[in-house]
Design a protein around this ligand. Sequence first.
Ligand code: 6GU
Length: 224
Amino acid sequence: MKIDIISVVPGLLEGPFAHSILKRAREKGLLEVTVINLRDHTTYARAQVDDYAFGGGAGMVLMIEPLVNAIEALQKETVYDEIIYLTPDGETFNQQTANQLSLKNNLLLICGHYKGIDQRVRDHFITREISIGDYVLSGGELAAAVLVDAIGRLIPGVLNNETSALTDSFQDNLLAPPVYSRPEEFRGWKVPDVLLSGNHKLIDEWRHEQSVKRTEERRPDIME
Ligand code: 6GU
C-alpha cells in the first residue's frame, strides 16, 4: 500500500513511521509512506500557503492553489482510491474504517492547519473526511499518523502471529481481555489459574467472558 501525505509541517511526520511495526512494514515493502511539503507546491512569494478568510474572522486558511498544485502533481503519478482530508468535522475514525482503508492500494491524506483548507478543495477533490475524535488538534498531522498506524498494521503480512490483529479490541465489537506474563506470582498478586491450566477451551471461554464483562462495564455503546 502507498500512502502519500500533504502537510505544511512535514517534520511532525518524521518520527511515527520510523519505528517498530510500521518501520518493519516499510522495510518489507508492504507500506510506502511519503510526506509531501505543501510549500514545495506554492507559486506565491516566500512559500506562502495560507491567507486570511474571506468575510473576516480569526484564523488563516490553506489556499486552494498550492493544494491543487500538489494534488494534481501527485495524481500524475498515482491514481488514488481515496483522497482523505483530516478534519475535526469529519466522520469519526474507528476500527471498521481502518479495516476498509487497509484494503486500498493508494491513499492520499491531506492535513489541514489553522482554520482548515479552502472549501473548494473539499468540494472538488476530497473523497472522504475523517476526524480522530471530538477534540481539536492544531493540525491534521497527528491524526494522519494515527490513521497510518491503524491502517498499516492491518496490511496482510505486517503483523505476525504474535501481534495478530484478529484478537484486537474492537475487531469483534468487544474490548480485548486482560493479559498476563511471567512471573506467575508477584508480591502475592497471582495470574488467574485458568491461564496456567493448559486447557485451551477453558482459556478461550474465560477470555470471551472477560471481554464481554469489560465491554459491558466500559463501552456498552459498542456491544452488538
Ligand atoms: Cl483529523 N484534525 C484536527 N485538526 N483536529 C482533530 C482531528 C483532525 N480529529 C480530531 N481532532
